[in-house]
Design a protein around this ligand. Structure first.
Ligand code: PLP
Length: 316
């Protein structure tokens, strides 16, 4: 809404992303263009974006998959060439991660956060819009306040408030915000525990990559992950589902992840061409996310690692 996206504009999102990464823009009538992802970072591939961007592109929406930075530098270069487009970071996975010294979510004109129960910091359902440029603040208040100039009234700039444009009731309830704030105040401890678990999985599984036919997430020297998830990519067609079945039969909740959006039925009214996103297709069929929560005990960790290793050996 703040970008005035409307029919005639297009928005570029990764095919390998959550539904709302795209549907938030479809509701304004934008054409959706689906970019493929990079096979190592699993984030939007700047080359694929480069082939889709044009003068009607209003937004490019990188997801910092799993909490690791997308290629912000190359996306920023693309935006500089196409002056009317903007980066809108879907930072649902990336809160408290960084790209170099700067926090994820601070690069786009806007970034979005999710506090859904699956996220590192949660209040059940909820989210936030981060506004990184002063020029957007006043209108954001209006949209947030049901399309009224209530913010100006509260600041004493007008003597009553009234309806001035379309908006909605976007505020979070105080009760949910209080529940969330308690976690944010403990972010150092939360992030430390998540980093420890990620490192433990990585140490355990990275030496086995070749032997078990898997890939584990990359570790960056320069960017700090938000440690949202730990996944393995299983090699070979159809093998992933057999491994998942074995894990699930042992009582281990290990989910797969996104279904490619360029193939989804819901996207079709908003697309005008065919998209080829082979990496999104392949990752979607090969990914397994491992149990990843603060309270995972040592014995649970060991059971996950042993069951996974066994299942990978059986299906090799
Ligand atoms: C990349 C990404 N964006 C957005 C969301 C959804 O956020 P919400 O349900 O809070 O809109 C998710 C997952 O739930 C996600 O993985």
């Amino acid at each position: 809404m703040l970008l005035n996206v409307q029919p005639g504009f297009n928005v570029i999102v990764p095919s390998y992303a959550f539904v709302t990464t795209a549907s938030a823009f479809a509701r304004s009538g934008a054409e959706l263009r689906f970019a493929d992802i990079d096979p190592v970072s699993l984030c939007i591939d700047p080359d694929s974006v480069g082939a889709l961007i044009d003068s009607s592109t209003r937004a490019i929406v990188p997801v910092h998959y799993g909490g690791m930075a997308a290629d912000i530098d190359r996306l920023t270069q693309l935006i500089e060439v196409h002056g009317d487009s903007n980066i809108v970071e879907d930072n649902a996975h990336g809160l408290f991660g960084s790209h170099g010294d700067s926090p994820l979510g601070s690069f786009g004109r806007f970034s979005t956060l999710s506090f859904h129960e699956t996220k590192n910091f949660s209040c059940g359902e909820g989210g936030a819009l981060v506004i990184n440029e002063k020029r957007d603040v006043a209108r954001a208040h209006t949209l947030y306040d049901k399309g009224t100039n209530r913010a100006a009234f509260l600041d004493g700039r007008v003597d009553r408030y009234t309806w001035i444009e379309q908006g909605s009731s976007f505020g979070m309830s105080d009760l949910l915000a209080a529940f969330l704030l308690g976690q944010i105040e403990q972010r150092t401890g939360v992030m430390g525990r998540r980093q420890k678990l990620f490192t433990r999985y990585h140490k355990q599984l990275s030496p086995l990559e070749a032997g078990l036919g898997i890939e584990v997430p990359p570790i960056s020297e320069t960017h700090r992950s938000a440690y949202h998830t730990f996944y393995v990519l299983v090699s070979g067609e159809g093998r992933r589902d057999a491994v998942l079945q074995e894990l699930n039969e042992s009582g281990i909740g290990a989910p797969f992840h996104y279904q490619p959006l360029h193939r989804s039925e819901g996207a079709q009214p908003w697309v005008k061409r065919k998209f080829d996103c082979p990496i999104s297709d392949s990752v979607s069929n090969r990914i397994i996310r491992l149990p990843f929560f603060d309270a995972l005990t040592d014995s649970e960790f060991n059971r996950v690692a042993e069951t996974l290793t066994g299942a990978l050996r059986h299906t090799a």
